[in-house]
Write a protein that binds this ligand. Sequence first.
Ligand SMILES: Nc1ncnc2c1ncn2[C@@H]1O[C@H](COP(=O)(O)OP(=O)(O)OP(=O)(O)O)[C@@H](O)[C@H]1O
Length: 255
Amino acid sequence: MEEFKMELIQADNLSIKYPNSDVPVIVNTSFNVAKNEIFVLVGPSGCGKSTILQAIAGFISSDGVLKMNGETITGPDWQRGVVFQNSSLYPWLTVKDNVGFGLKVRKFPQKKIDSRVRYLLDLIGLSDQSQTKTFELSGGMRQRVAIARVLANNSPLLLMDEPFGALDAFTRAKMQGLILDIWRKEKTSIFMITHDLNEAIRCGNRIAIMNSHDKRIVKIMDNPFQDTDLEEISDFELERKIDGFRKDILKIINQ
Ligand SMILES: Nc1ncnc2c1ncn2[C@@H]1O[C@H](COP(=O)(O)OP(=O)(O)OP(=O)(O)O)[C@@H](O)[C@H]1O
């Protein structure tokens, strides 16, 4: 009898080929994303991280098993919200209307939309900008709106592809704290890609690692240092341990 697991995403022997090429980008990779976890994927440029994320989103097809809550993923749907590095917002709409857009399309009652949007603007710290047009916002603010817009749908899984890649280090650190805060409050699961190992260590419950040639996730590590703000560490011993952990990850990336 098959064992029942509380997994949100199940990927078994997943292989992915783009239609315009005979060469597969991903070959026989297997992993699970558990409910309520932040699963971070790291690896060198071009190894196939975004390809895996796009397959989970349902934007591209794959071979093998790829399921969410036991159901095969066959295309995009509201259960998986995607945030990109430069998520495009609707520039002619206000912050508030951007966040409520998806709910409006799904014909939620205006009252419900208003209260959900109010809550989310408070969560991302943009209540005062609710009437601002999004072209007037800074990059960090724009990404916060993009995240709130996805959260508005109550998607059980957030897919984030380098969500803070275009931000300066200071804003980036603040956004990492915000993501952890949102994750705790909304109890959402997050699949996140980053180039930044410090970001992976701060945010992930687990860190999945790819290298440049195997075309699959070669190792998944539990992360004992989640929620440690590396800028704030004053404990030398802890710093040394995190440094060792970072080097272990790098070694696998460069294998
Ligand atoms: N639409 C596409 N058609 C064909 N090949 C593609 C397409 N998108 C990506 N690829 C190829 O798939 C491989 C993996 O790309 P992918 O974008 O998934 O890597 P990545 O690890 O996310 O890279 P980066 O960190 O630079 O964003 C690359 O060789 C890339 O050229």
